[in-house]
Design a protein around this ligand. Structure first.
Ligand SMILES: Cc1ncc(COP(=O)(O)O)c(C=O)c1O
Length: 398
C-alpha cells in the first residue's frame, strides 16, 4: 500500500528499473529522467543527481576548485552538512551570523567576514524560506565569489518572484526522508552552467571520461575496449541509485501537491501563533518571499518559562512532532574539539579562534529557544488538532 506522501508513479517506475535487471543500456535511465524533470520544474538547463544532499555540496565546491587555503562562508544555525562539505574539500568554514527576524544568513555579517581567501558563500534557505539574496549576490559579484544555495529544506520557495534555487550559481537539494520530496536518500544540484555540470558529473562518477552534463553513461563500445582510459580526473562514487531515482522521478511529478500541503500546514500554525507573537516569535516571512515550510519555526522570547516546560505542556495535551533546533555548527564537538580527521591542519589559528562562543551572537541567543514543528501531516484533521493543541499550550502560558 502506498503512503500518503507516496501516491504517484513510484511503484510503476520502481518496477521499470527492476524489470530492466539494472541494465544501464536498457532505455533512458531513471537518473536522466529524474534530472530532466527536476531541472525543467526550475526552468534551468541542468540537474545532476547525487546520493544525498551533502555529496552535492562537496562536489560543487570541488568542481569550483575550492580547497586548502580557501575560506567558505556558511551560516551556523543549520544542519552540519553545509559545513561538512567545506571541510571535506580541505577548505575553512567561516560563520556569518543570522538575521533575528528571518533566522537567515545575513549579508552584513557575510560582508564583515569576507577576506582575500574567501572563495564562496553557501546560503541556506533555512526551514524553507529563502534568505535575502540580492545583497548576498551583490557582495559575491563584487568579490568574485561563487554562491551555492543549500535548498535541502526549500522546494518551490520564492524570492522576489523567482524560484529559490535559481538565483545563486547553483543550488543543492536533498531527498532524504524528512524533505518535501523524498526517495529515502538522494540529492541533486541544479545549474545553468554546462561546464560546471560536466565537472559535477565527473566528480559523482569516479572521474569517468565520456560522461556529460546530461548523461552519466559510458557507451558499451568504450567500456569494452582495452584502449579505454576510464578515469580522467579524481572522482567520488556519489551517484544516486536508480531505484532512488525511480521514486524521485515520481515525487517530482507530484511536487506541487507535496509542497502545498506543507505550506498549508505552515500557514495554519502561523495563524495559531499570531496572538502570542510578542513572546512566541515565529520566523518572519518578508513580503519578497514565499515560504515553503519544511518546518514551522518559532522561538520563546520569555525567561520565566523554559523550552522544556513549553514542550512538556504541548506533549501532555497530545502534541507531537516538535523538535529543538540543531546546536550551532561551530559548537558541535567535531569543530569545538577540532575532531576533523586531520583537516585542522587546513584551519589557521585565526579561524580556530573564530569558532569560539560569541562569534554569531544572534544565532547563539536564538538556538536554545527555538522550536521546529512538523508540517508533514497528510491527515488534515491531524494538522488541525496539532494546531489546536499548540494554541492551548500557548494560552496556558499567556
Ligand atoms: C540545510 C540542509 N543541508 C543539507 C542537508 C543534508 O542532506 P542529506 O541528508 O541528503 O545529506 C540537510 C538535511 O538532511 C539540510 O537540512
Amino acid at each position: 500500500m502506498l503512503t500518503n506522501r507516496i501516491f504517484g508513479n513510484e511503484l510503476k517506475y520502481l518496477e521499470e528499473v527492476l524489470e530492466s535487471g539494472f541494465r544501464a543500456s536498457s532505455g533512458a535511465s531513471m537518473m536522466q529522467r529524474f534530472e530532466k524533470a527536476f531541472a525543467s520544474k526550475f526552468d534551468v538547463s541542468h540537474g545532476v543527481a547525487f546520493v544525498n544532499g551533502t555529496a552535492t555540496m562537496h562536489a560543487a565546491l570541488e568542481a569550483w576548485g575550492i580547497g586548502s587555503g580557501d575560506e567558505v562562508i556558511v551560516p551556523p544555525m543549520t544542519m552540519a552538512s553545509t559545513t561538512f562539505a567545506v571541510l571535506q574539500c580541505n577548505a575553512t568554514p567561516i560563520f556569518a551570523d543570522i538575521d533575528p527576524k528571518t533566522f537567515q544568513i545575513c549579508s552584513n555579517s557575510i560582508a564583515e567576514n569576507i577576506t582575500n581567501k574567501t572563495k564562496a558563500i553557501i546560503t541556506v534557505a533555512l526551514f524553507g524560506l529563502s534568505p535575502d539574496m540580492d545583497p548576498i549576490m551583490a557582495l559575491a559579484r563584487k568579490h568574485g565569489l561563487k554562491v551555492l544555495e543549500d535548498n535541502a529544506e526549500c522546494f518551490l520557495g520564492e524570492y522576489k518572484g523567482r524560484l529559490a534555487g535559481t538565483i545563486g550559481d547553483c543550488a543543492s537539494y536533498s531527498l532524504q526522508n524528512s524533505k518535501h520530496l523524498t526517495s529515502g536518500e538522494g540529492g541533486i544540484v541544479i545549474t545553468n552552467d554546462e561546464e560546471f555540470a560536466v565537472k559535477l558529473r565527473k566528480i559523482a562518477s569516479l572521474g569517468y571520461s565520456g560522461v556529460s552534463a546530461t548523461s552519466g553513461k559510458v557507451t558499451r563500445q568504450e567500456i569494452q575496449s582495452p584502449d579505454y582510459f576510464r578515469h580522467v580526473s579524481l572522482g567520488w562514487n556519489y551517484r544516486m541509485p536508480e531505484l532512488c531515482c525511480a521514486v524521485a522521478l515520481a515525487q517530482v511529478e507530484n511536487i506541487d501537491t507535496l509542497v502545498k500541503r506543507r505550506k498549508d500546514v505552515g500557514e495554519l500554525f502561523s495563524e495559531v501563533v499570531r496572538p502570542f507573537r510578542q513572546w512566541f516569535v515565529p520566523q518572519s516571512t518578508p513580503s519578497y518571499a514565499v515560504h515553503s515550510y519544511w518546518t514551522f519555526a518559532a522561538y520563546l522570547a520569555r525567561d520565566d518559562i523554559t523550552w522544556y516546560e513549553l514542550r512538556e505542556k504541548f506533549a501532555s495535551l497530545g502534541g507531537d512532532g516538535v523538535y529543538a533546533c540543531w546546536k550551532l555548527t561551530y559548537k558541535e564537538p567535531f569543530l569545538a574539539n577540532m575532531e576533523v580527521l586531520g583537516r585542522e591542519q587546513f584551519i589557521s589559528q585565526r579561524n580556530i579562534d573564530k569558532y569560539q562562543t560569541g562569534i554569531c551572537p544572534v544565532a547563539e541567543s536564538l538556538q536554545p529557544r527555538m522550536f521546529m514543528f512538523k508540517t508533514n501531516y497528510w491527515d488534515w484533521q491531524k494538522a488541525l488538532s496539532q494546531a489546536e493543541i499548540l494554541s492551548e499550550t500557548l494560552s496556558h502560558f499567556a
